[in-house]
Design a protein around this ligand. Structure first.
Ligand code: TRP
Length: 330
């Protein structure tokens, strides 16, 4: 059986980029695999520890995003990281198995340190978050971790730590494999190569119809095309990347592309059709959101039950780890 672990840092609402790159595949996984989904609040704190409220207030929001897209807590286990202290324990034990130098070479961490301006005073917790992520993965016994390109170094790090553990203390932990996302990530509405909250270029799953229309209206397209009669470029054009990702009317997309290339359609029409396609896609998501938003207690309960299940699994692994290390004294 495939056991899958995925996770998100709860630092804001989830957007279309999350959907295309990862949430959509989780909907398939929940039908054919065991799935654990970690709301990684402890990891989010490694660069938000001065503002823990930002993290805690997003826990419920992320859970509602999951439920709204159709993730089903009967099929996928939602776990809140901070409420599984076994992960923290395993992190401490893993810390002996990796060098500071190795962590510093992790390309994802390196980039983030620069981007977040942490190079002057680098918290140990931030440098070490890949160790904690290795613990996340190992403790739930996941064999598959679906990830985007930027998370590959985390899985490599996890594999190294697990191999080292198994070599030193006997084969105890599962060495996970990364499964690269099938869908490439989508650009932001500003045409920058990644949709992200911090770049302020995202369309959120929770955006209203009007906001979607407004954001699409302002979207970056082919910068060389001044008039609607100019020949346009479809490739690498965010408007058409989104059409491909969200417009279910394939004939319409084909027709728009053909006319765009020939200078026979205006941006207004292309964008209006895109806004409608995205709003059609979001409609059922909005309906479920409304239902779950009305009953936050129920959502909290779902998290509590999922976390309890996750914790049971974590406790089993931690016991096996302690036995292997001969630190279970009574
Ligand atoms: N680092 C991931 C991110 O930033 C979130 C995450 C935390 C995660 N723990 C995980 C992803 C375990 C996969 C497996 O998106």
């Amino acid at each position: 059986m495939r056991r899958i672990l995925t996770g998100d840092r709860p630092t804001g609402p989830l957007h279309l980029g999350h959907y295309v790159g990862s949430l959509k595949s989780r909907l398939e996984f929940q039908e054919n695999s065991e799935v654990f989904i970690l709301i990684a609040d402890i990891q989010a704190l490694t660069d938000n520890f001065e503002n823990p409220g930002k993290v805690s207030k997003n826990i419920l929001g992320v859970a509602i995003d999951y439920l709204s897209i159709g993730l089903d807590p009967k099929k996928a286990v939602f776990v809140v990281q901070s409420q599984v202290p076994e992960i923290a324990e395993l992190t401490v034990l893993f810390m002996n198995l990796v060098s500071v130098g190795r962590l510093g070479q992790n390309p994802t961490v390196k980039t983030e340190i620069k981007e977040k301006g942490l190079d002057k005073s680098l918290p140990v917790g931030f440098l070490a978050y890949p160790v904690s992520q290795a613990a996340d993965i190992a403790i739930f016994g996941a064999n598959i971790v679906p990830v985007g390109q930027d998370q590959l170094p985390m899985i490599e790090q996890t594999r190294e730590i697990v191999r080292r553990f198994n070599k030193l203390y006997g084969k105890t932990l599962i060495e996970p494999k990364a499964e690269l996302a099938k869908f490439p990530r989508i650009p932001g509405i500003d045409g920058k190569n990644k949709m992200s909250k911090s770049l302020n270029n995202a369309i959120y799953l929770s955006d209203s119809e009007d906001i979607v229309r407004e954001k699409v209206r302002k979207m970056y397209t082919d910068p060389k095309r001044i008039r609607s009669t100019d020949l346009g470029r479809v490739k690498d054009n965010p408007v058409f990347i989104y059409h491909d990702a969200f417009n279910r009317n394939l004939r319409e997309v084909k027709d728009l592309k053909a006319r765009y290339k020939k200078g026979k359609v205006g941006d207004v029409e292309v964008k209006e059709k895109l806004a409608r396609a995205i709003n059609d896609f979001l409609e059922p998501i909005r309906e479920r959101r409304e239902y779950f938003s009305r009953d936050k207690k129920k959502v909290l309960k779902i998290l509590e039950i999922g976390t309890r299940k996750g914790r049971k699994e974590a406790a089993k692994t931690l016991l096996a780890v302690k036995r292997a290390m001969k630190i279970n004294y009574w």
